[in-house]
Design a protein around this ligand. Structure first.
Ligand code: MG
Length: 283
């Protein structure tokens, strides 16, 4: 019956153009009736779970207990506090490893451009970093010359050597997009511009996975970074092509562990400030 009805509909189809409007709905009704009578395909039987619930329950290794900070952004119990507002004991001047000379006042660290970059005394490999920064209200300049600083996620050589997560006033300040705030400098365009106005504190939360190298210096696994700017995802497991360079293509240079470095950029705009910097080492 179903086959016959379908055949009728099929044979009638080329004739439809020549039929009166009154005849056409009847043919469609015939077709619909045939479909309605078609037996439903048998439903597949649901797969029966095999085994017991306990087969997939894992009890080791037990995650270590980390007591979170009293508020979001405060250092958790296993953090290494790099700056708590009081001193620069964890930092040295990059160029000569002398005590860091930036200004600490009222719980805030401010870049001293004459003193140059500063970096942590400790070396790190993989880690989670929290850092708060502020471009001063009334900042001057344009493009890259407006509130420029940066956090080098691994400082592999003096000066600006390493892997820079850019700090810049990118609130209504146009520059090349792979050099704006939250970019991996000249490599990774941020996924969003989450910049606050000059004068307001901003937050970076970063997960850094260091590159690994073979014995001959070639790259085994590239560096990766995930970053949030003021809680907004800006780098999503981004794979770096090498160190971030001002001029030229990025290249890798073998290293194992490295300090974290803050940039004293040479632009003439008023200096950037920092507060509440901590890091958690990761496996
Ligand atoms: Mg910079």
């Amino acid at each position: 019956m179903r086959h016959q009805l379908r055949s009728v509909a099929f044979l009638a189809a080329p004739l439809l153009g020549g039929l009166t409007l009154a005849a056409t709905p009847a043919l469609f009704e015939l077709r619909l009736a045939a479909q309605a009578q078609a037996p439903a395909a048998p439903a597949a039987a649901p797969a029966q779970p095999q085994g017991k619930p306990e087969d997939t329950e894992v009890y080791e290794p037990v995650p270590k207990v980390v007591t979170p900070g009293p508020s979001v952004g405060a250092p958790p119990s296993d953090a290494i506090v790099l700056f708590d507002g009081t001193n620069l004991d964890q930092w040295v001047t990059t160029k000569d490893k002398s005590p860091a000379k930036w200004t600490v006042a009222n719980g805030i660290l401010t870049v001293d451009k004459k003193a140059g970059n500063i970096e942590t005394k400790r070396n790190f490999k993989n880690y989670q970093l929290h850092l708060e920064w502020r471009v001063p209200e009334g900042v001057t300049g344009t493009g890259q010359a407006r509130g420029n600083s940066g956090v080098f996620l691994a400082a592999t050589s003096p000066g600006d050597g390493g892997y820079e997560l850019q700090i810049l006033d990118s609130y209504e300040n146009k520059t090349y997009v792979n050099g704006q705030a939250a970019s991996i400098y000249k490599q990774g365009i941020p996924l969003a511009n989450a910049s606050r106005k000059p004068g307001e504190w901003q937050v970076y939360d970063v997960v850094w996975t260091a590159p690994t190298f073979n014995a001959d210096g070639t790259v085994k696994t590239p560096a990766r970074v995930t970053a949030f700017h003021n809680g907004v995802l800006v780098q999503n497991n981004f794979e770096l092509k090498g160190e971030t360079l001002y001029i030229g293509q990025p290249v890798y240079k073998k290293y194992d562990t490295a300090p974290i470095k803050l940039q004293a950029h040479g632009d003439p705009s008023p200096p950037v400030s920092f507060r509440n910097i901590w890091v958690r080492e990761l496996p």
